[in-house]
Design a protein around this ligand. Structure first.
Ligand code: LLP
Length: 442
């Protein structure tokens, strides 16, 4: 986070709180979220897109994608910063509602929402349900027929653009579970429009995650606008949602564009596309998650053991920390790249090529694949892994019965727990077995 700096002793300070204080209070590992950074990034995105939208004669709503990391406190921050919240399960919906997020500012996603989840969403007055299949239309129609509600819906389509880090492939990527092929969409929208309990408001498309630049979004928008224009012939299409996916810097090589550039690039292209087709620019929405919370999170670990492994042409140091793939599965799952810093002090000596590994029983249990760390890093030192705010806690697990770490928010020199850490007793509380040692068996 931007607030990170070192104090006079070389120790890292996060949100005005020295890491030593954090670790004394909460132990390690601990996921620290810089509240100021989350709010700044949320408002910067919102402001940039609102400005671009106003320039092109339309409006925009930013929904925070809760899957990146959701708890009641973060949902509150988003509501306070005038963002909506995008949820994709009944559980996420419950968190958003529990945080008193205005239901009309919630968007509900998912390729297999249950009837119970849909009922809950309709009952709660969720603003938009993003329909992901033809079957879901009939389920929602049955619910609204029963309750008399009119539910606003969008249809998720597959633009065929599939974007990933640094580049996008404008090839047929229809072979996946989300959304409907563009070619099927007009018939499906016609069915939605027949139903009195459903109000069709527009198309939705999400092309991927950790995307740099606006090219993928522009290409996707152009394909959606062709369909959007066709749909306008038979009724209103007031909105267009282009999903999330804005990339962030995990390591020095990642260089995301400033949000103003991104917003103008995407919104400007949509406005041009609309002008070319002679249609009005719809109200826009986006669903960023990672770009709001990712860089605001830092995980602090304690170094436990150190080994130097001699390799051909050099050596590699293995630094084992007291967490691993249970609190950050992204490296093991996706080969994700993270960086690491000695956090308790500056450190001395020629930096050594190091691999930060966890405590789990699996050789793929890597947190940071390669990083040069000070030669004198030692057991007991604290290690910081930045950019762990998104998709680390949500993907966390209890492999090897390791409890999940606490999540602590820092701001202006103060820290508070926003999600408490698990204990082994929490894990055992779900264990239905009753074991009694046999008396007198010795
Ligand atoms: N909207 C929809 C419909 C999505 O599927 C996603 C992400 C987002 C918005 C938010 O995307 P973001 O702005 O956060 O990139 N677990 C993976 C990422 C999975 C993303 C899934 N969908 C990871 O750790 O990289």
């Amino acid at each position: 986070p931007e607030s990170a700096h070192r104090d006079a002793d070389g120790a890292l300070v996060l949100g005005g709180v020295p890491v030593g204080d954090l670790v004394r209070s909460y132990g390690t590992p601990v996921l620290v979220i810089d509240e100021g950074e989350v709010r700044r990034r949320a408002t910067a995105l919102r402001d940039a897109f609102e400005k671009a939208a106003a320039t092109h004669g339309t409006s925009v709503r930013i929904y925070y994608a809760g899957k990146a990391f959701l708890c009641t406190t973060v949902a509150r921050w988003m509501a306070e910063e005038r963002l909506g919240v995008d949820v994709c399960t009944g559980g996420e919906l419950q968190v958003a509602l529990g945080a008193a997020v205005e239901p009309s500012r919630i968007g509900f996603h998912g390729n297999n929402k249950s009837v119970a989840e849909l009922e809950r969403a309709v009952e709660a007055g969720v603003g938009t349900i993003i329909i992901d299949s033809a079957i879901e239309i009939e389920r929602l129609a049955a619910i609204t027929a029963r309750t008399g509600a009119v539910q606003r819906v969008m249809l998720r389509v597959n633009s065929g653009v599939h974007a990933e880090t640094h580049d996008f492939l404008a090839t047929a990527h229809e072979d996946q579970k989300f959304g409907l092929p563009l070619a099927d969409a007009a018939a499906v929208v016609a069915r939605i429009r027949e139903l009195p309990g459903l109000e069709f408001v527009g198309l939705h498309c999400h092309i991927g995650s950790q995307i740099f630049g606006s090219a993928g979004f522009r290409e996707s928008a152009s394909r959606l606008l062709d369909l959007h224009a066709v749909l306008l012939a038979d009724g209103p299409v007031p909105q267009l949602n282009l999903g999330g996916g804005f990339g962030i810097a995990y390591t020095r090589v990642d260089d995301p564009a400033p949000v103003r550039e991104l917003a103008e690039g995407i919104v400007g292209a949509i406005a041009e596309g609309c002008a070319a087709r002679g249609i009005e620019v719809p109200a826009l929405s986006f669903e960023p998650g990672r770009s709001i919370i990712g860089n605001a999170g830092v995980t602090l670990y304690e170094i436990g053991t150190i080994k130097d492994v001699v390799l051909e042409g050099g050596s590699r140091r293995y630094l084992s920390v007291d967490g691993g793939m249970s609190d950050n599965a992204r490296t093991a799952l996706y080969g994700a790249q993270f960086s690491a810093r000695l956090a308790s002090r500056d450190g001395d000596g020629e930096p050594v090529l190091s691999r930060v590994v966890g405590k789990h029983c699996e050789s793929g249990d890597i947190v940071v694949d390669h990083e040069y760390l000070p030669a004198d890093a030692a057991p007991g030192d604290l290690l910081a892994v930045p950019a762990t705010g998104a998709y680390c806690a949500p993907l966390s697990n209890n492999y090897n019965h390791v409890p999940r770490p606490p999540i602590v928010a820092v701001r202006d020199g103060a820290a508070r727990v926003i999600v408490r850490g698990e204990t082994v007793a929490d894990l055992l509380s779900r264990d239905a077995g009753i074991w009694e040692p046999e008396s007198g068996s010795e």
